[in-house]
Design a protein around this ligand. Structure first.
Ligand code: GLC
Length: 540
């Protein structure tokens, strides 16, 4: 626990990451301070007040380490150095101290599956077949005809094998050829990577989001992946195969337990895992007796159809599948997926915010969600994402969801004095400064929701009780210590009436009505305006 009394005071018996709300920062696009058009650590430090006003508890930074930037930081060239684009180790120390001083925990991104091809480990590994680090990566001989060792494909298009002329072998990469996969079966790799965690934990970092964990290990026998009969034109080429032998291998859980043990050496630290998996397979990532991740990211709100039946089923299935004591979590978006306001439209994005912040479990907000940011169209000549470059035109590129934050009405939104690395949308989304004073804004809704969540243990810690849904409305309760909160979400564009059998409630917060604090329980409380979400207390 960082030496900071702010954290001690809020202790309630639950861990900080159980009652807390996490906010993901994509550092390249948060705030620039040196005019190069790319966000930096000093920029994050200058904008912490936004996060404190918003009311979140922890920030997770996408990678800030020395990188060749082939995949914008997810290709680490030195795990224990800050990339000069983002600043220096001193800048990092100041940011960490400032965040802790403001009551915000700081979570970093750990990328264990692969490194940059410019990492000294890989340079050494590829230098010769007899290099002491040769087996730190995954090298295989060509097939007799010179072809790659098997049919495995890269997530970003093409074969997952690249040929190294000098040493006559192929190396494996689940992503870009500039991101060679580490060999986690090698004990020295494990030790070296676990020491990376120790390096940052001992500097006071509060946790890690662990990248692409389901890719960590591959089949020992290098068997071909089977063909996916459900693949259709327009889908990612990587989906042509079922990733049976390249993803979610049983041995991954040993490696996760080892990471978790390191976190536990430091006490009170958080480990989150990134794995896009069906609910039943995801649960294994909590580990045997909860010795794995505290929070295996639950991305299912991103992919589930947006209607009350589907969402109610998702919540039920997820809650039912959790291992005993396993803590839930929910996510609406991140730097890899289309933004929620674009997927659902601005009105339903408000309902999504209410859902995210009233479900049981730790919510993660992706930067810009709080102001209703939308995907920004990227012209071909503006493309930055290597995935879009490799596999153009299928809408796989992630630039639209990574555009910089519009803070003010200044040119380029107050994000930079230079040329922003991706275009800034100044039309679809009102900038932060304008939303701050508009009680009807998305930002104001997020602030009210986060304030209520902090004030109501029923929301942060209470049980989830499924109540009722039809084709348009979803109703559930959160209960804690005798207190009952009813959440009613109108997922349609027309007025809806709640059924007479539901208990009456007094409105505490409405996404449609700004000042609803003392609205008495009456017939009008049984009506939900189009796209209205309401949180009410049920009298005892
Ligand atoms: C994760 C990251 C993504 C990155 C990939 C490879 O899925 O979220 O941005 O490209 O891993 O590291």
């Amino acid at each position: 626990m960082p030496a900071n009394s702010k954290f001690e005071k809020t202790a309630t018996g639950a861990a900080w990451w159980q009652t807390g709300v996490i906010y993901q920062i994509y550092p390249r696009s948060f705030q620039d301070t040196d005019g190069d058009g790319i966000g930096d650590l000093n920029g994050i430090a200058t904008r912490l007040s936004h996060l404190v006003e918003l009311g979140v508890d922890a920030i997770w930074l996408s990678p800030i380490f020395a990188s060749s930037m082939a995949d914008f930081g997810y290709d680490v060239a030195d795990h224990c150095a800050i990339d000069p684009i983002f600043g220096t180790m001193d800048d990092f120390g100041r940011l960490l101290a400032k965040a802790h001083g403001a009551g915000l925990r700081l979570i970093l991104d750990f990328v264990p599956n692969h490194t940059s091809d410019q990492h000294p480990w890989f340079l050494e590994s590829r230098s010769s077949r007899s290099s002491p680090k040769r087996d730190w990566y995954i090298w295989r001989d060509p097939r007799p005809d010179g072809a790659p060792p098997n049919n495995w494909t890269s997530e970003f298009g093409g074969s997952a094998w690249s040929f190294d002329e000098a040493t006559g072998q192929y190396y494996y990469h689940a992503y870009l050829s500039a991101q060679p996969d580490l060999n986690w079966r090698h004990p020295e790799v494990r030790t070296a990577m676990l020491n990376v965690l120790r390096f940052w934990f001992s500097r006071g970092v509060d946790g890690f989001r662990v990248d692409a964990i389901h890719h960590l290990l591959e089949d020992r026998q290098f068997r071909d992946n089977p063909v996916n009969p459900d693949w259709r034109k327009g889908m990612s080429p990587a989906r042509r195969l079922i990733r049976l032998h390249t993803m979610d291998q049983p041995e991954v859980h040993d490696a996760i337990a080892a990471m978790r043990q390191v976190a536990d050496e430091f006490g009170d630290r958080l480990m989150i895992g990134e794995a896009y998996l069906p609910i039943d397979r995801l649960m294994a990532y909590y580990g045997v007796d909860l010795t794995g991740f505290h929070l295996p990211f639950n991305f299912h709100l991103i992919s589930t159809a947006w209607n009350p039946e589907a969402i109610a089923h998702l919540i039920r299935d997820y809650e039912a599948a959790l291992p005993p004591g396993g803590w839930p979590n929910w996510v609406l978006g991140n730097h890899d997926r289309s933004r929620v306001a674009s997927r659902l439209g601005p009105e339903q994005a408000r309902i999504a915010a209410m859902l995210l912040l009233t479900l049981r479990g730790t919510p993660t907000i992706y930067q810009g969600e709080e102001i209703g940011m939308q995907d920004v169209p990227i012209a071909p000549e503006q493309v930055q994402d290597p995935w879009e470059r490799n596999v153009p035109g299928l809408g796989l590129g992630r630039d639209p969801v990574r555009t910089p934050m519009p803070w003010s009405a200044d040119m380029d939104g107050g994000f930079t004095t230079g040329k922003p690395w991706l275009p800034i949308d100044m039309s679809a989304t009102a900038p932060v400064w304008r939303q701050r004073t508009d009680p009807a804004s998305s930002l104001s809704l997020y602030q009210r929701l986060l304030r209520l969540r902090r004030a109501e243990p029923a929301l942060s810690r209470g049980s989830y009780v499924e109540v009722w849904h039809d084709h348009s409305v979803l109703v559930y309760e959160r209960q804690y210590d005798g207190r009952r909160l009813q959440i009613a979400l109108n997922m349609s564009a027309v007025i809806q009436a709640l059924p007479p059998g539901l208990p009456a409630s007094r409105t505490l917060l409405s996404s449609a009505v700004i000042d609803a604090g003392d609205r008495a329980a009456s017939d009008s409380d049984r009506l939900l305006q189009p796209h209205e979400g309401r949180i009410g207390e049920i009298g005892t």
